[in-house]
Design a protein around this ligand. Structure first.
Ligand code: WTA
Length: 655
């Protein structure tokens, strides 16, 4: 990147202010209230966070120290205080909300179950006692490899209750990936299920677990197995125990262990589009505080809400906005086990209608996939209970944003486009929905107390509007990662080295427009360099998706004698895929379209049509793999996390 950063070519001028009906009753109802938060954070940064930590958390031992920066970039927050995260999510609601639904669960086959706060508390206590009986103590690591069922949250909360450090491994990961994570964490116990239900099939979790432990994972002494799908599985005597047996004789109360504010709550391995997965380590108090206040500011949570975040607990979104943030706020959450298209593409909307979901939070990849099935599916359902929509995980292209706004939000609901990362623990840049007008494709402004900025190669703030650069955070924040488990050097190297340990480097490129709104342009590593212009992938992809024939697009660079790099696009059409993945007529039209939309500089040189884009299990496009394919290189990347390995031949232009 030159001093001037990355060129931006996309302009979006539509503006959507919140309706008075929404603002009037919002938790942050007016610009003056929001400004007061910003002013407090600007005038007294530590005091701002300390006040929230006092008002939002219940402490066993109150803290007197706020932030320790003496060993930067290793920061400690509220570090002489002690508390228990599970107490803050469950016990403190019992007086008023014992009978209020905490979790409304729906299985893929349609089975439903509701757990009140009282019931969830008892289940968590019983399971915490069971873990103790298996020898699990403060600081021990527990791997959770479960389907998306309430017991996954019970297991996480039970670990938190006794100070065990959980590492949730997404149920779609292979035995090999599970083994690596077990070994990296040195886990003592694995909690799994016989299987999970997804896409009409049974995912053999216990089988994968057995395979992982056969070839390694020697630290594991106990495997606790939930019976979910009921198919036959092998149980290894002396090591494996059914969940029902493990909890059988235990009491439904269990003291919540007071842990240090900085005690690691969990490790979560990032999906890792590059290299070996990193075990992101989070704290207890700071992490929980971040999830609590963002659930209030961004999701405007209130007691009557039914909050559905569709993310699996295997991802950070499922940690912060399924298992922790909403529960710590005493909210009702929905958990759905299966795929969005079973039995048909109306499933999400049917769940929203039946459980009267009021806040719906999902990923752009899911929105684009459901958009492809057309408006008739959401049209069949009553979505009038929904009052707020959210997105996370990738930049949302304006086309998908508008569809979400019209077809799901019925032009009534604000959309919160939330930028954050596994590493940041909680949402960092997002609209406060009762106050901040939204623009399709922008995550708007950093939240109060979050010093996000866009800087150039030298680390200086880019003041010129719409000039792209590095997205950084200039001050530590409570829910930030603390280190990479077992690899502290990599923590410093990855996130802090670039700007002399002064700023946290997010790894994304971004620009700020004349109104101070942030626009994420893609990962720094994916930036294209066409004829001397550095372009983020996001803008070109947005232009392609804006064409009525295009459902999804991913662009990468391939070397070009003239331009340095030429743009290679992989495109999923809304209709049939052209035979062989080539169609000169459509390609000609799309090239002209992109030229009209953003200029000739962004015109793809090649377009290959495929049925699906390669994505990680969390739905992120694997651009590194696409780059190798566009260059005709041998594939060296690990494709085991690919959700759809069968399409490799199409991507290679061989089918
Ligand atoms: C991307 C998910 C644009 C970004 C919570 C980030 C986004 C990475 C957005 C983190 C958004 C996430 N707009 N890009 N609203 N949200 N990203 O760790 O590249 O799975 O760095 O955390 O996703 O992904 P992760």
């Amino acid at each position: 990147m030159g001093n001037d950063g990355i060129d931006s070519i996309l302009r979006e001028h539509r503006l959507f202010p919140p309706s008075p009906a929404f603002s009037d009753i919002a938790r942050v109802p007016s610009a003056s209230r929001l400004d007061a938060l910003y002013s407090h954070a600007a005038a007294d940064y530590e005091g701002f966070w300390a006040a929230l930590a006092r008002s939002e958390l219940n402490w066993t031992k109150p803290f007197s120290k706020i932030l320790d920066s003496t060993k930067a970039p290793h920061f400690r927050w509220f570090y002489d205080g002690r508390l228990n995260v599970s107490y803050n999510c469950l016990d403190r609601h019992l007086e008023k909300r014992a009978d209020k639904p905490a979790i409304i669960f729906e299985g893929e086959k349609g089975d439903t179950r509701t757990l009140s706060y009282g019931e969830l508390h008892r289940e968590v206590c019983r399971f915490a006692n069971a873990l103790k009986a298996q020898g699990v103590a403060l600081g021990d690591r527990v791997v959770i490899y479960m389907p998306m069922v309430p017991e996954a949250v019970v297991a996480m909360q039970a670990c938190a209750r006794i100070g065990a450090i959980h590492s949730v491994v997404f149920g779609g990961f292979s035995a090999e990936a599970l083994k690596d994570r077990i070994e990296d964490a040195g886990a003592k116990v694995v909690i799994t299920a016989d299987g999970g239900q997804r896409g009409g099939k049974i995912i053999g979790l216990k089988v994968a677990c057995d395979k992982a432990l056969k070839s390694g994972g020697k630290s594991v002494t106990t495997v606790i197995v939930l019976k979910r799908t009921g198919q036959h599985i092998a149980m290894k005597s002396g090591r494996d125990i059914w969940w029902s047996e493990a909890v059988a004789d235990h009491a439904d109360s269990c003291d919540a262990v007071a842990a240090d504010a900085e005690h690691p709550l969990f490790i979560l391995y990032t999906s890792g589009s590059t290299g070996k997965p990193k075990g992101i380590q989070h704290s207890s108090a700071g992490y929980l505080l971040g999830t609590i206040v963002t659930t209030q500011w961004v999701f405007d949570i209130r007691d009557s809400d039914v909050f559905w975040c569709t993310a699996d607990v295997g991802w950070i979104t499922g940690h912060s906005y399924v298992a922790y943030g909403p529960l710590a706020n005493g909210a009702t959450i929905v958990m759905y086990e299966g795929a969005p298209t079973v039995p048909d593409a109306g499933r999400f909307w049917s769940v929203c209608e039946r459980h009267k979901v009021t806040i719906f939070y999902t990923a752009p990849t899911a929105i684009r996939a459901l958009m492809k099935f057309g408006d008739s599916w959401p049209g069949k359902y009553d979505l009038s209970s929904i009052r707020l929509l959210g997105t996370v995980g990738e930049p949302i292209n304006p086309e998908a944003w508008m569809w979400y706004h019209r077809t799901i939000g019925r032009e009534r609901c604000p959309i919160v486009d939330t930028w954050w990362q596994t590493e940041t623990g909680a949402i960092m840049i997002a609209p406060v929905p009762g106050v901040v007008p939204t623009k399709p494709g922008s995550c708007t402004r950093p939240l109060p107390g979050i010093a996000a900025d866009v800087v150039n190669e030298q680390g200086n703030t880019i003041t010129k509007p719409d000039q792209g650069g590095y997205l950084v955070v200039k001050r530590p924040w409570p829910s930030m990662l603390r280190t990479i488990w077992g690899d502290d050097d990599r923590y410093v190297e990855t996130y802090w080295k670039r700007f002399g340990k002064r700023y946290y480097l997010a790894g994304d490129s971004a620009r700020r427009d004349a109104d101070g709104y942030f626009w994420i342009m893609g990962r720094i590593d994916d930036v294209l360099n066409v004829a001397g212009h550095r372009l983020g992938t996001m803008e070109v992809e947005s232009a392609l998706v804006a064409h009525p024939m295009v459902a999804e697009a991913a662009v990468v660079g391939r070397p070009d004698d003239v331009k340095g790099e030429a743009i290679f696009a992989f495109v999923v059409l809304r209709g049939e895929r052209p035979p062989g993945g080539v169609d000169d007529k459509i390609t000609g039209e799309l090239r002209n379209w992109v030229t009209d939309q953003i200029g000739a500089i962004a015109k793809p040189s090649d377009i290959r049509y495929v049925d699906n884009l390669p994505k990680t299990r969390s739905g992120k496009i694997m651009r590194r793999l696409l780059r190798s394919l566009a260059r005709g290189e041998q594939i060296t990347q690990d494709t085991s996390t690919l959700e759809n390995e069968a399409i490799l031949a199409q991507l290679q232009g061989k089918a």
